[in-house]
Design a protein around this ligand. Structure first.
Ligand code: GLY
Length: 426
């Protein structure tokens, strides 16, 4: 089977690593890829926003199956366009992906189907949104309706912060994504990420994970795309996972099928475990990054048949096997991220780091120049490890991080702290 993977981040490196291990794969390309992905796949310099170019590549190279990693091409309808051209692709259609690309769509779907989530109101006018904030008070959550590259959610601890977020969004700070906003009740609890493969009708739960969104230790500093993650998330007990399936994932699939937009692909539910049980924070129409990296390390089964069963509507009797081990990843980012940062600094020691027992290193923003690995983005490396416990995986990942010589990089030193604290108290 000839597979084309779309994307260039750590998530796509982990997917490429897992797909390349499948005996079903005879050829794997990745567009555009990165320096690490180039070890698993042939990287091709395609602009994945140019759907016609992707389709031409599939035609010229007899591609059998396309796997779409990031949110932007999914929201732009690449799966629809590939299907119209006769190519099978893993991922939801543009209409089904509104679960991620429109907050108001998801909130309305939750309200209509009694899916537990924060109470909300939706606004197209800044003054009305501000009046709502003044009435409800802080803490309160302000969300841009559209995709905003991880910048569209403001958890405001004061009324002033919430009002400023409304001004920023309606003032064009997030472009079209902020033309409408959702104001939500603040929810208290521990957050986790839940993933399910969906074939339009059936859902197969995957493993759980927890990520660390803030830039600095102690969950301080600005929000990022994620500075580290681990799996499984102990807060997601078997009973909680069963409730997420029954109260969120299954009614969502039924509702989308009834609308004529069946959801196929991976559905990522950001959940918060409150004193009343799990509630939905948001849906994403793709694997999480960096959660995908730890999921791929723990997945024992071949992923390719699962992705195909998902796309073909054949998940009903499908199952996947997982390693019992925990997995943890530490993100190494360029200093300045998530604000402005430089490119082109040299990173050394990656091969030595990869020799630490249980360690796997996935690249995000890297390129190769004259044989050297250079930083080429904000999040740059994902230093991942398996261990019998999160504590062991954490120790291995940090032992590997210490072998990497990159003065222009930084990382958090406390990835996995909730799980490690729980393990200490067992
Ligand atoms: N880890 C957060 C995300 O992928 O959106």
């Amino acid at each position: 089977m000839r597979i084309l993977l779309l994307g260039s981040g750590g998530r796509e490196h982990a997917l490429a690593w897992k797909i390349a291990a499948s005996p079903l794969v005879t050829k794997l390309w990745c567009a555009p890829g990165n320096a690490g992905i180039a070890r698993e796949a042939e990287c091709v310099a395609l602009d994945i926003a140019d759907h016609a170019a992707v389709i031409d590549f599939c035609r010229s190279n007899a591609v059998d199956f396309v796997v779409v990693g990031p949110d932007a091409p999914i929201a732009a309808g690449i799966v629809d366009d590939l299907a119209a051209a006769g190519f099978k692709a893993f991922g939801p259609t543009k209409a089904a992906a509104r679960l991620e690309s429109s907050k108001k769509f998801t909130k309305a779907l939750c309200r209509a189907n009694n899916i537990p989530t924060a109470a909300y109101e939706h606004f197209t006018d800044a003054n009305q949104a501000k009046a709502c904030i003044r009435t409800r008070g802080a803490p309160i959550v302000v969300k841009a309706d559209g995709l905003a590259a991880g910048k569209g959610v403001v958890v405001a601890m004061t009324e002033g912060e919430a009002l400023a977020a409304v001004d920023m969004m309606f003032g064009g700070g997030l472009g079209e994504a902020g033309a409408e906003v959702v104001i939500e009740e603040f929810m208290e609890g521990e957050e986790a990420s839940f993933f399910a493969l969906c074939d339009g009708e059936h859902a197969l739960p995957l493993a759980t994970a927890q990520d660390h969104k803030r830039a600095f230790d102690g969950d301080k500093g600005p929000n990022t795309g994620g500075m580290g993650a681990y799996s499984p998330a102990p807060v997601m007990t078997e009973a909680t996972c069963a409730r997420v399936m029954e109260e969120m994932i299954e009614p969502t699939l039924r509702a989308l099928a009834a609308m004529g937009s069946p959801y196929k692909g991976v559905l990522y539910a950001g959940v918060i475990v409150t004193s009343e049980g799990p509630k939905l924070v948001e849906y994403n129409a793709r694997f999480g990054d960096p959660e995908c990296q730890v999921l791929m390390l723990r997945m024992m089964s071949d992923i390719v048949p699962a992705l195909i069963a998902c796309t073909d509507g054949q998940l009903k009797n499908f199952s996947l096997r997982w390693f019992d081990d925990a997995a943890l990843t530490v993100i190494m980012a360029t200093r300045g991220y998530p604000g402005s940062y430089g490119k082109g600094s040299v990173i050394e020691g990656i091969d030595a780091a990869a020799k630490v027992e249980g360690v796997e290193i996935f690249h995000a923003g890297t390129i190769v120049k004259d044989g050297a690995i250079l930083a080429n983005g904000g999040r740059v490396l994902n230093v991942c490890a398996l261990g019998k416990t999160v504590t062991e995986a954490q120790a291995r990942a940090y032992a590997a991080v210490e072998r990497i010589k990159w003065p222009e990089g930084f990382y958090r030193r406390d990835i996995g702290w909730q799980a490690v604290a729980r393990e200490r108290n067992l």
